[in-house]
Structure formats: C-alpha cells, structure tokens
Ligand binder design. Structure first.
Ligand SMILES: Cc1cc2nc3c(=O)[nH]c(=O)nc-3n(C[C@H](O)[C@H](O)[C@H](O)COP(=O)(O)O)c2cc1C
Ligand SMILES: O=C(O)C(=O)c1ccccc1
Length: 386
C-alpha cells in the first residue's frame, strides 16, 4: 500500500543532482548518443518495415481513459500476486538477451536491480552471463528462466533443469522466435551480437551443449549456439514434454491469438505472456494491446496474463491492466537504463514507471490494480470498450 499523500512523486526527478531521462523518447535519444550504431540499432529496431513496432504504440494511443473523481485515492495498492508470491508492483523485467552489449555487468546489474526493487526478473536463454552467475549475483531476487527451445532438445531440458536447481521459479517458453525475424537495421549496420559471442553465457557451461562441440574454440561455440537457438520444429508435443521434465510453472511467451491461449490452458500451461516480441519478429502483426481483450475473454481469469511490447509509461501499464492483464513486462526501457547507468539506471527507469503508474491509478479514480478493471476506457472513435 502506497500513501499517495507522501509527497510529489515527480519532485525527486526535478531536484535530482544529475538529471536522468524521464521518458522513453529521452532515454532512446540519450542511448543513441552514447553507444555505437550496431548495438543501438539492434535494440531499438523492429522487424521489416517496423509496422508491428508502430502498431504497439498505436494500440496504446488508441485507448483513452475516462476517469472518475471524488473517490478517496490517498492510498493506492499496486501489489500483485503471481504464482504464490506478492510483489509491490505489477511490473516485470521482460527477458532481453545479450545485455553485455550495452554494459559490462550485463544481466548481473539487471538482476541486482530486480532484487532491490522486488520485481520478478526473467533471464533470457541468450544472456551474456550464465543463469548460475545471475543466481549468485541476486540470490534473493525472484528469477524466472526464459527458454529458447534447442534443435537438440536435450540442451533445452538441461537448461530447464539447471534453472530449477539454481532457484529459478518458473520457465518462460518463448514461442514466437523459432527463427529470427527479418531485421533490416542489423543488415544496414552489418551487426550480429550472436556472432560476436554475446549470447554464450548459458551455453558455455552447459555440459550437454559443450559435449556436442568439435572443440572449445570461440568459433565452435558461436556456431553451436546458432545451430541450436533457432528451432522451427517447435510444437505442442514439445510443450507437453517440457511439462513432464520440469516441476516449475510454465508460461508461454508470444501468444497473440485467443485460440492459442485456449490451447495453452488445455495443455496445462500456468501463464501466458501476450507479446509480439517488441515488434522484432513478424512484421505486420497486431499490436499486443489490441490482442489482449479477446485473449482475456477466453482466459477468463484461469491463468495469469502478462503483457509486453510497447509499455513505455505508467499510463500504458494502466491501460493493459484495465483491459485484462495481471501484470506487464518491460523490455527496451530497462535496457536503455542499463546502457546509461548500469544497475542504478535500471532502477531509475523502473522506479519512474512505477511512480507514474501509481499517480495514474489514483488520477483515474482507482485505488488498486484490481480496481482498474472498473475504469472506463474508450477507443479512438469514442466507443466504450469496457
Ligand atoms: C535487445 C532485445 C533482446 C531480446 N531478447 C529476447 C530474448 O532473448 N528472449 C525473449 O523471449 N524475448 C526477447 N526480447 C523481447 C522482450 O522479451 C520483449 O518481448 C520486448 O522487448 C517487449 O517490448 P518492449 O521492448 O517494447 O518493451 C528481446 C527484446 C530486445 C529489445
Ligand atoms: O533479439 C531478440 O529479440 C531475440 O529474442 C533473440 C533471439 C535469438 C537469438 C538472439 C536474440
């Protein structure tokens, strides 16, 4: 429970000694000026002509909040309950690979920020640091492991087992990246972080993976990762097999169709992440927020729904929560914070999102995350959507 009468949540940003970018556009601009075009383009861009990337933002802009007043909103409860634990805020760290591209401490810095803020951290398969290193760096953070299936599926099972042994509390199987999207900006910049070795963290120390390599040269590792990380055969039978091989709850990340959400429930999946991978996979795809209402209808509270792709403000989070998400995951914003100021930068970005969310919930006339479901949203044309 946050007491909103504590003071002006914005003031600490105004009196800050060293100003820090306050919104997504400012963050992006600052990072563009700080890091090289290759890594910056890799992080910023979407696939193809970036229609999906634009759809994500357009979807948020299409919905308007119709606030209610004269409720006492002095106390706002932003807490959320997920898989048996309560967190102070409905925000999560989306899995983002290869953090070593923008900061030497990479995922370690992000996981430490997650621990400090008590926000669940989802570590990517293609991280610069190994999951065991992250577990050591942030032992009390809630950690989930994002799994990319492997062509050699024993590698996938090995990683899932390692995650469980290292104290990770859920497996997030990403289903939208069976091959890499058509990323034109990376062609322009002639940039591949995979080829530079930024994705080796979890592979280097995997006994099943290393046993498949001809030698321990850098080139063999990189080739091994490339051969395994893309896995176009992935299907529901693999999901069922994974369920047998792990005791952890499984979430599917990248669900956009209500039928797939239904199949996830039918297959005993524990949660879904409505996402189009931040517009980085198939171009021309529905904005994730636009996909949410139909999915929320089918899921009907049976399993938690997390949404990502384009949540760049507290007010965006509010809209997703009002339309049926239980929590939202943040991608690029925290990566930009990491690039600018490491762990401190990640904390500043997430704290600003959280503070803006608190202010927005209160100003919309609600006093809790659940209460947002009663807030009226209208679409651009004025039609009431809920
Ligand atoms: C640089 C970068 C790397 C990513 N790597 C992964 C990954 O390894 N696994 C994954 O499931 N999603 C990955 N994603 C997608 C994010 O988890 C998330 O879906 C997306 O960033 C959300 O959109 P947003 O950046 O607009 O917040 C990556 C995104 C970015 C920007
Ligand atoms: O860049 C990404 O979005 C991503 O998810 C990914 C997937 C496989 C290998 C490297 C990155």
């Amino acid at each position: 429970m946050t007491n909103i009468t504590d003071g002006d949540l914005l003031l600490k940003n105004i009196t800050a000694q060293a100003p820090f970018p306050i919104c997504f556009a400012d963050l992006e601009k600052a990072v563009a000026e700080k890091i090289e075009a290759g890594p910056f383009g890799y992080i910023r861009s979407g696939a193809g002509g970036e229609q999906t990337l634009r759809n994500n933002r357009a979807a948020f802009e299409k919905y308007s909040i119709v606030p209610r007043f004269l409720n006492d909103v002095s106390k706002v409860d932003t807490s959320v309950h997920l898989f048996g634990k309560t967190y102070p805020t409905p925000l999560l760290f989306a899995p983002v690979g290869m953090n070593g591209m923008v900061h030497d401490e990479g995922e370690l810095a992000v996981a430490r920020a997650a621990q400090f803020l008590n926000i669940p951290y989802i570590q990517s398969t293609v991280s610069t640091f190994a999951l065991e290193e992250v577990a050591l760096a942030a032992p009390s953070a809630t950690k989930w492991f994002q799994l990319y299936w492997s062509t050699n599926e024993e590698i996938a099972f090995s990683m899932a087992t390692r995650a469980e042994e290292a104290g990770f509390e859920a497996i997030v199987l990403t289903v939208d990246t069976v091959m890499l999207g058509w990323r034109e900006e990376d062609v322009r910049n002639q940039f591949s972080p995979l080829k530079l070795g930024y994705a080796r963290g979890n592979y280097m120390n995997d006994p099943v993976f290393t046993a498949t390599l001809p030698d321990d040269s850098f080139e063999s590792y990189v080739q091994g990762v490339l051969q395994n990380v893309f896995h176009p055969t992935l299907n529901w039978a693999h999901v069922r097999e994974l369920k047998k091989r792990t005791n952890l709850p499984i979430l599917l990340k990248g669900i956009l169709h209500p039928e797939d959400a239904k199949l996830a429930i039918d297959n005993g999946i524990d949660g879904i992440i409505v996402s189009n991978h931040g517009g980085r996979q198939l171009d021309g795809v529905i904005g994730s927020l636009d996909a949410l209402p139909a999915i929320a209808k089918v899921v009907h509270g049976q399993i938690p729904i997390i949404l990502d792709s384009g949540v760049y403000r507290g007010m965006d989070a509010l809209k997703a929560l009002a339309l049926g998400a239980d929590a939202v995951a943040i991608g690029r914003p925290f990566v930009y914070g990491l690039a600018l100021e490491g762990q401190q930068g990640v904390q500043k970005v997430m704290t600003n999102l959280y503070d803006e969310l608190k202010v927005s919930i209160a100003l919309a006339g609600a006093t809790s995350v659940k209460g947002l479901r009663n807030i009226t949203l209208v679409k651009q044309d004025g039609t009431e959507v809920k």
